[in-house]
Design a protein around this ligand. Structure first.
Ligand code: PLP
Length: 455
């Protein structure tokens, strides 16, 4: 009998609870700090987030129920398939078994709607009518535009000006789902007007766009702000990925030896890895030698070269201070084509687990990621997002090690999204215009010198 290629679950097997890794941490997480250096209070955050989200942000409960309304929307694409990459295994000639969780099957084409949907739901439930957010490449903006539409919320997206001009299709997706999209810096906020007064040709940055979205949400009672990664509640929502994957592995009587995920703000990596770490914490024998590896770009190597310290989440120093691996909040990563991995910091939860030695991290150069993405597409058919290509690179390298050593390891990686709106990046790769950026040691050192002083 041939072994199954697609391991599918039924709609009614969508998990009923999210998993919160905070319950299993060896030490309690370091709290976010407000402008006065004291732990940030719920009141300070309440201006831009609904109570239910704040509760999740601070929660140490192991299991948190997924509202029925959210599971109803999840049914549009979940459970996401777990796929055995049989043809890739053959192409590599490896004894390893390679599996990937395909999160590219969501309407927006990535894992991000897993959190956009509950965020929209809790805001609607709290009587909020409008959501603001920022977007760089457009993955998060399109996810929240879709989710807002599901719950009848107005959505306004501040899109980094350069992406607004270069990525018209992501903008049009957002508009198709009813969102208003403005190039940032814009004339709509004080932050935007000030930036344009200083430089009328300002191309924008994620930091500026965050500041615009937060300013608008803080100034209007009917409006809240949403963030697509980094924060604890986002990682909680993304645990649906790993929880489903565990059920799927149970069906075929296997368990992964190693898990790879691309890591930008850390939400999809935490999402796939943490539910397996829960097994390890619970003493499950199958998980005792499990390795979870976050894969980042060599040009923005937050975990592998950053410092574990309190830093701002945004470039302008608007957000509370979070304890995380950081390259410095004013570090500007080179313009690599995996936009979702160009973040100076990382999720505090992923950071803490890395600091405590419970997970690993590796950095890979840009050209090698596209090489892996093309190889994967030619074997498996799916064209991966540039971010996902990072995990594919690491998974292929692991499979090649297995080939050398003859070990038949079971490898799982997170295919966080498809690359249909990133074909201009593939074009640059094929035409030889794509380059490897070295680790920008001097820029990181300069930026780390500006870390805020705490305590
Ligand atoms: C945003 C994004 C990422 C990185 O974000 P995380 O929060 O680290 O998961 C990875 N892959 C895709 C396809 C994305 O859109």
């Amino acid at each position: 009998m041939t072994e199954p290629t697609r391991i599918l679950l039924d709609e009614n097997e969508i998990p009923t609870h999210w998993y919160n890794v905070v319950a299993d941490l060896p030490t309690p997480p370091a709290p976010p700090l407000g402008p006065d250096g004291n732990p940030a209070t719920p009141e300070q955050m309440g201006a831009i987030f609904p109570g239910a989200i704040l509760e999740q942000e601070m929660s140490a409960e192991r299991w948190i129920a997924i509202p029925d309304e959210v599971r109803q929307i999840y049914r549009l694409w979940r459970p996401a398939p777990l796929i055995r990459a049989v043809r890739l295994e053959r192409m590599l000639g490896t004894p390893a078994k390679i599996f990937y969780k395909n999160e590219g099957v969501s309407p927006a084409g990535s894992h991000k709607p897993n959190s956009a949907v509950p965020q929209a739901f809790y805001n609607r439930q709290a009587g909020i009518q409008r959501l603001t957010t920022e977007t760089g490449a457009g993955q998060w903006g399109s996810s929240i535009a879709f989710a807002g539409q599901m719950f009848g919320l107005e959505v306004r997206v501040y899109m980094v000006r350069i992406s607004y001009q270069q990525k018209p299709y992501r903008r049009l997706m957002m508009q198709t789902w009813g969102a208003e999209v403005y190039a940032s810096p814009s004339e709509l906020t004080q932050t935007g007007r000030d930036a344009l007064a200083r430089d009328p040709d300002n191309q924008g940055s994620l930091g500026l766009a965050i500041s615009e979205a937060v300013e608008e949400a803080a100034g209007r009672a009917d409006t809240n702000y949403t963030l697509g990664s980094v924060l604890n509640h986002v990682l909680l929502h993304q645990s649906i990925i790993g929880l489903e994957a565990k059920k799927q592995f149970d069906k075929i009587g296997l368990y992964p030896d190693v898990i790879f995920g691309p890591c930008g703000g850390g939400s999809s990596f935490g999402g796939i890895a943490f539910p397996f770490l829960a097994d390890k914490a619970a003493g499950d024998k199958r998980a005792q030698n499990l390795r979870c590896v976050a894969v980042e770009p060599t040009s923005c190597p937050t975990l592998t070269k950053g410092q574990y310290a309190y830093d701002f989440g945004d470039a302008s120093g608007f957000t509370p201070l979070m304890k995380m691996y950081t390259l410095g909040h004013d570090f500007m990563p080179p313009g690599i084509h995996a936009g979702g991995l160009r973040y100076h910091g990382d999720s505090p939860l992923v950071s803490q687990l890395f600091h405590e030695g419970l997970i690993e991290a590796v950095a890979v150069p840009q050209l090698a990621t596209f090489e892996a993405g093309v190889q994967f597409a030619r074997a498996e058919g799916i064209i991966p997002a540039p971010e996902s290509c990072h995990a594919i690179r690491a998974a292929i390298d692991e499979a090649l090690q297995c080939k050398a050593s003859g070990e038949p390891r079971t490898i799982l990686f997170n295919l966080t999204g498809h690359g249909h709106f990133d074909m201009s990046s593939y074009d640059r790769y094929f035409s030889g215009q794509l380059e490897n950026y070295d680790y920008p040691a001097e820029a990181v050192a300069a930026s780390l010198a500006h870390l805020p002083k705490v305590g």
